[in-house]
Design a protein around this ligand. Sequence first.
Ligand SMILES: [Zn+2]
Length: 128
Amino acid sequence: MRANRRKNTGPEITLRRALREAGLSGYRLQWKVPGRPDIAYPGRKVAIFVNGCFWHMCPRCNLPLPRSNQDYWIPKLRRNKERDSEKREALEETGWTVITVWECEIRTEIEAVVGRIAHELDGRSKEL
Ligand SMILES: [Zn+2]
């Protein structure tokens, strides 16, 4: 199995392309704030994490755990999940809005995902 935090994964590239096409360019990658969000709009403090459904235990997919080596997988995946919450809290404490996008959403409803991000960005720009 490959490492769970790679740069430039397929779904992330798809999302970035869709954002650009929607006129939402101006994002930064791996911005230097807690958790190093995959995609960030620093001016509006909107951080986006693109989560792999298996690695981050997607609630929609609810994928089964591997049958072998559960002693290894269960704590490992739980820890990923905990880390996700820690990152979210650290960012929210410093005024960021955090959007989690699941790999499966990018695959099946990219337009809704882009709409959600556009909505957040709109809301934030009004506050500034
Ligand atoms: Zn999923």
